[in-house]
Design a protein around this ligand. Structure first.
Ligand code: AHM
Ligand code: MG
Length: 335
């Protein structure tokens, strides 16, 4: 049962039976993510104070090596998940290859892999604009008891057992799904607890916000150019409002609450788009669908794409169902 204002801990315990396989392992995994998110949140919040935002390799006034926050976030999530021995492997946008975690007795008994973008939109940190963490969880496909393999990570998004994001914004929120709807929890920084503030989140069926980096307009395919012109046309409920933070998590979060579409298409500069299928698009697509929205590469469902490599990029159209369908109509004209 969903009760507004219950803590994330209470929520996880009460809804454990809804979790796939319900062995408690997935609950413990989500618990670890909420802990790591708090640690990263603390660091993100004081980023302007402690000179931590400089480039990797520089030394700060205390003589410590400076770390970029995205490297820091990557380390914190990996440390937390590794220390608690609850996953068998992690892949991250910050690392070239996946890491294997042998488990408590070195027996590779854990069942889940995590794929993540530890700090998405990190170019926004220096200017005090919100950033996010994105995570995606799968059950391994290779036998338990053996080290994880690449194929455990290269699963289509429709096999995800959970996915979520943390938005470090005016308040910090953790939003996630285990395939039974989407719930959002807001961090009370004084108490360090997450409270259910946004139960059963739903995308409005349509909306009036479009989010795209229009600076790339001349490089976009014709279908995208036409769709942008459609958004700007004076007709019916249009023109739409343009809102683009440049932080996927924040743009997505706003559009899910207010109704809108986010798109990062291909362009002549980026022939496969920019966003990564495994760390960004799949988890956001799973959340979008669970909230009644839609996610597509312009032609097909994101969650049905068979990944071929860890850092694969795909064009991404995501948001209110009717808006994504309309964008697809424009794309189809030039296929
Ligand atoms: P990152 O993973 O390097 O942070 O890149 C992903 C980010 C998204 O959060 C955002 O929507 C997009 O890149 C912005 O890109 P651009 O500056 O090209 O519009
Ligand atoms: Mg990213």
């Amino acid at each position: 049962m969903i009760k507004k204002n219950q803590t994330l801990g209470e929520f996880i315990i009460e809804n454990q039976s809804e979790f796939a396989y319900s062995s408690g392992e997935l609950s413990r995994l989500i618990n670890s993510i909420r802990l790591a998110a708090k640690v990263v949140n603390h660091e993100v919040n004081k980023a302007g104070l402690v000179d931590i935002t400089g480039p990797v390799g520089e030394t700060n006034v205390q003589g410590e090596d400076q770390q970029k926050l995205d490297v820091y976030a990557n380390e914190k999530f990996i440390q937390t998940l590794t220390n608690r021995q609850i996953v068998c492997g992690i892949a991250s946008e910050e690392m070239d290859d996946y890491i294997t975690i042998a488990g408590k007795d070195g027996d590779h008994q854990n069942k889940y892999v995590v794929l993540m973008d530890p700090l998405d939109g990190s170019s926004n940190i220096d200017v005090n604009v919100s950033v996010g963490t994105i995570f995606s969880i799968y059950r391994r496909v290779t036998p338990v008891g053996t080290p994880v393999q690449l194929e455990d990570f290269l699963q289509p998004g429709n096999k995800q057992v959970a996915a979520g994001y943390v938005v470090y914004g005016t308040s910090t929120m953790l939003v996630y799904t285990t395939g039974h709807g989407v719930n959002g929890f807001t961090l009370n920084p004084a108490l360090g607890s997450w409270y259910l503030s946004h139960p059963c989140m739903q995308y409005p069926e349509s909306g009036n916000i479009y989010s795209v980096n229009e600076g790339n307009y001349v490089h976009f395919p014709q279908g995208v150019k036409d769709y942008i012109k459609y958004c700007q046309e004076e007709k019916e409920d249009r023109p739409y409002t343009s809102r683009y933070i440049g932080s996927l998590v924040s743009d997505f979060h706003r559009n899910m609450i207010k109704g809108g579409i986010y798109f990062y298409p291909t362009s002549s500069k980026a022939p496969n788009g920019k966003l990564r299928l495994l760390y960004e698009c799949n988890p956001m697509a799973f959340i979008a669908e669970q909230a009644g929205g839609k996610a597509s590469d312009g032609y097909t469902r994101i969650l049905d794409i068979e990944p071929t490599e860890l850092h694969q990029r795909v064009p991404f159209f995501c948001g209110s169902k009717k808006m994504v369908e309309k964008a697809e109509e424009f794309m189809a004209k030039y296929r």
